[in-house]
Design a protein around this ligand. Structure first.
Ligand SMILES: Cc1ncc(COP(=O)(O)O)c(C=O)c1O
Length: 403
């Protein structure tokens, strides 16, 4: 079979280079996934235990010791849902975990996680029955009272749940002006326990105030009629900086736990000292000199204005490195930052090294980590990729190394 242009280029790049050089692997760390089949040149994700611990303590300080429901959806924001839960569970500040996909909730229980798990995502009746049997709490916002009662009767134990109220994000949650009958119905059922009541901000500073007002009014009216709403929670990372009046009984951050500021302006505020706990790295697989007028990338996206050294790194958009990285992101090798040029293809990107051959095959290339200039927020600022895309889009197939 005639190989396609892309498959030819990819094998052509990787194999002779890898076989023709022996990288220095002395510093290689043990990996946490079955990664022994990965090439030592392949990208990997590092998770920094100490930075995670620090971030959790920082958040706890900010919220005066309120419990933290850690959002670890979407493969733990790239860290691996099982890895992150196992690292966070021993910290007393962590109350429990929130995920969106049902399979992630089951993965947590399979991994022996014992703290509360809140399922923010959808389920059908059978899913719910299986989940409840494993102490996975549903987030409820529709008239599921009879179905929940039935499941509680099967398991012969009270069924804990959280109620989601939509105060304006329009995504999931019972609209605040229709919440009262639903909450009353759930509260009246002896087999059910309302353990929490929550909302999500739109993160529009002005409208957030209105949302908070709606939530407070709705909750106060229900509480005044004797309904216990459990722990009220609303604060993801953004409100940790912007809305101390919305910390309620528990906070619900994701990005801040991973040590990344969800908005760049939060970096200078001095409110939280966050240390990135997730890095993306790989090794240089090829270094060569382009002559003036040579091109690089599909569609000749880059044209060499002069003779220039370039380095190829085996990280592409299929690994989670966004295509927009070619619009200004820089990658660090041996302490220097080099721009991503041409275009990011599925499995490779190219760096402009300059007039001197300053890097060599096998050198470690850091796409982001906790160093100034290489933080996820720096990458985000330089090319416009969101920090959420940088972390959550990391391929689950990449090996994870816990440091
Ligand atoms: C309902 C809910 N709560 C909390 C979070 C955590 O958000 P962040 O990562 O911005 O802290 C998310 C994430 O999008 C969410 O969907």
């Amino acid at each position: 079979m005639k190989p396609s242009r892309r498959s030819f280029l990819q094998t052509g790049l990787a194999l002779p280079t890898v076989l023709g050089s022996v990288p220095d692997l002395a510093g290689a760390q043990p990996v946490t996934s079955p990664a022994m089949k990965d090439s030592s040149f392949d990208p990997w994700v590092e998770i920094h235990r100490e930075n995670l611990r620090h971030n959790v303590q920082e958040i706890s300080r900010r919220v005066s010791g309120r419990p933290i429901l850690a959002v670890i959806k979407n493969n733990g924001y790239g860290t691996g849902v099982e890895n992150i839960a196992q690292l966070l569970e021993p910290q007393s500040e962590i109350f429990g975990f929130a995920v969106v996909k049902l399979h992630e909730a089951h993965t947590l229980r399979d991994a022996g996680i014992r703290k509360p798990v809140l399922l923010l995502g959808p389920f059908d009746e059978q899913n719910l029955s299986d989940a409840v049997a494993r102490d996975i709490m549903p987030m409820v916002y529709s008239p599921l009272g009879p179905a929940l009662d039935k499941i509680a009767a099967q398991t012969q134990k009270p069924l804990p749940l959280h109620i989601c109220i939509d105060t304006g994000i329009g995504r999931v949650g019972v609209p605040y002006h229709q919440a009262a009958p639903l909450v009353r119905d759930l509260a009246a059922r002896k087999s059910l326990q309302i353990r929490g009541t929550m909302m999500t901000f739109t993160e529009d500073p002005d409208f957030d105030k209105e949302q908070l007002h709606r939530f407070n009014e709705t909750c106060a009216s229900l509480e005044s009629s004797g309904i216990a709403l459990g722990k009220k929670h609303a604060a993801s990372s953004f409100p940790l900086f912007q809305h101390p009046d919305a910390f309620f009984d528990m906070v619900r951050p994701g990005m801040a736990i991973y040590g990344i500021y969800s908005e760049n302006e939060f970096r200078q505020m001095g409110i939280l000292d966050l240390r990135p706990a997730i890095s993306l790295k790989a090794r240089v697989i090829y270094v060569k000199k382009l002559r003036k007028g040579d091109s690089a990338g599909y569609n000749r996206a880059y044209m060499a204005k002069d003779d220039v050294w370039v380095a190829t790194i085996p990280v592409g958009h299929a690994d989670g490195w966004p295509r927009v990285a070619a619009k200004g992101a820089k990658v660090r090798i041996n302490g220097d930052l080099y721009p991503v040029i041409a275009s990011v293809s599925a499995s490779h990107c190219i760096l402009e090294i300059g007039s001197e051959e300053k890097v060599k095959i096998g050198d470690t290339a850091t796409f982001f980590d906790g160093e100034p200039g290489s933080r996820p927020e720096d990458v985000s600022e330089s090319c416009g990729a969101s920090v959420y895309d940088l972390t959550m889009h990391l391929s689950p197939l990449l090996p994870r190394r816990i440091l």
